[in-house]
Design a protein around this ligand. Structure first.
Ligand SMILES: Cc1cc2nc3c(=O)[nH]c(=O)nc-3n(C[C@H](O)[C@H](O)[C@H](O)COP(=O)(O)OP(=O)(O)OC[C@H]3O[C@@H](n4cnc5c(N)ncnc54)[C@H](O)[C@@H]3O)c2cc1C
Length: 387
């Protein structure tokens, strides 16, 4: 159906609007690309599912301190305020992102969850429950940490055992009394177990050891060294980038330091029954509270465009997919370690913005741009069915 000159028409009571570019997700990645699109003078909208800006950060625990100091938390065009060597808290990031969107007048539509993206007439249909957008190009910036993952053994615990995913943890005070087992040896598990151990008995189950890195070395922050040595910008195409991307890092803590702090360490949690959790070394623990700091999965099942590989992962080159005009931004290790971090997402955002700018001419901005694509074959759902 042709789009009328005013860009709007209505079918079956569903309003359809037209935009040159739609950005899905209004977190730091969506805002960073929004900044560049605004600079290019594009006709675009950022669709954000949550009712408030910075939704992902709002859902993190009360005492969270960033592992990146303020000097490395700036999105393009606006420095993160305050002492560059300070590690800000959660609410400061929320305030910064809200200010950022307001300050640049970015067109963020809150309460706008995208339910599907489909190909149509050389562009895309972006569908919400109450309206649809037609767009030439779409950027998916829905975050690297979407769906809380809890292992299946959790179901075997009695209902009397209080258990929840780390994304629901706020503070020790907000938890029922008694000892707490935190499961998961990443940064989140370490930080939560440490905080809980200040006021009660805390246990931490570490499934796989992550590479511990000190937060500060000789008075300088870790990220200063990663910048100075260029490691933060090593790409997944390089040997060192590939090696680094395969290993999670534990910043500013070690198992030994945590033990000294009073946290009791356990091996991988492998089973549960009643109120008992069993560990891979044969030991067991009676539990009353369990926090699953066991990570997140991404969910792209709502994207009905053939850009996924056999295991359901997005097939892309630095966020540029094989489907012309469809991009991803903010994926973990999308291009470098910095891809999913506040201070470096601008590198990929600038790159995608240049691809968007070059799209009409059909000329890729750099190697790997639109002209480098192969033709798509399977959708996410096809791949999942085949797997
Ligand atoms: C515990 C924790 C601590 C971290 N600490 C740091 C740190 O110290 N420094 C640092 O640089 N990084 C840190 N990160 C990593 C990273 O900066 C954050 O995960 C950041 O939130 C990622 O930004 P994003 O914009 O890519 O995704 P998100 O912030 O997750 O934003 C995605 C947005 O998309 C929206 N959305 C999702 N699906 C849809 C849909 N279908 N339709 C519309 N909207 C949708 C969501 O509501 C959300 O607002 C941390 C991450 C975690 C989990």
């Amino acid at each position: 159906m042709p789009i009328p000159a005013n860009g709007r028409y209505s079918t079956d009571s569903t309003l359809t609007e037209r935009r040159e570019v739609i950005v899905v997700g209004g977190g730091q990645a969506g805002l960073a690309i929004g900044y560049f699109l605004a600079q290019q003078g594009r006709d675009f909208t950022i669709l954000e599912a949550a009712e408030e800006p910075a939704a992902a950060w709002r859902e993190r625990w009360d005492s969270l301190r960033l592992f990146t100091p303020e000097r490395y938390n700036s999105l393009p065009g606006r420095p993160f305020p305050g002492d560059p060597d300070r590690y800000p808290g959660r609410d400061e990031v929320v305030a910064y992102l809200a200010d950022y969107a307001r300050g640049f007048g970015l067109p963020v539509e809150l309460g706008s969850r995208v339910l599907s993206i489909r190909m149509a007439d050389g562009g895309y249909l972006v569908e919400l429950d109450d309206r649809t957008y037609e767009a030439d190009q779409v950027v998916v910036a829905t975050g690297p940490f979407q769906v809380p993952f809890v292992p299946a053994i959790a179901e075997r615990l009695d209902p009397e055992v209080v258990q929840f995913h780390s994304s629901a943890y706020r503070s020790p005070q907000a938890m029922p009394e008694g000892p707490v087992l935190v499961v998961g040896g990443g940064n989140t598990g370490f930080q939560i177990a440490k905080e809980i151990s200040d006021s009660r008995e805390a246990h931490l189950s570490i499934g796989s050891r992550q590479m511990p890195l000190p937060q500060r070395i000789l008075g300088r922050d870790l990220f200063w060294y990663l910048e100075a040595t260029g490691l933060i910008r090593k790409t997944t195409a390089s040997r060192i980038g590939r090696r680094l991307s395969g290993r999670d890092t534990l910043i500013g803590s070690t198992p030994r330091a945590l033990r000294r702090h009073g946290v009791k360490l356990h091996a991988r949690a492998v089973d549960a029954a009643g109120s008992t959790v069993s560990f891979s070394d044969g030991t067991k623990l009676d539990v009353r509270n369990v926090i699953w700091a066991t990570g997140f999965r991404v969910d792209h099942s709502w994207i009905d465009v053939p850009v996924f590989d056999e295991s359901g992962r997005v097939a892309h080159q630095r966020g540029v997919t094989e489907s012309p005009g469809l991009y991803f931004l903010g994926l973990t290790w999308q291009h470098t370690r910095g891809s999913a971090l506040l201070g470096w997402v601008k590198d990929d955002a600038g790159y995608i913005a240049r691809q968007i700018g070059a799209f009409r001419s059909g000329q890729p901005d750099e190697a790997g741009g639109p002209g480098a694509r192969r033709s798509p074959d399977l959708t996410y759902r096809d791949r999942r069915r085949a797997a």
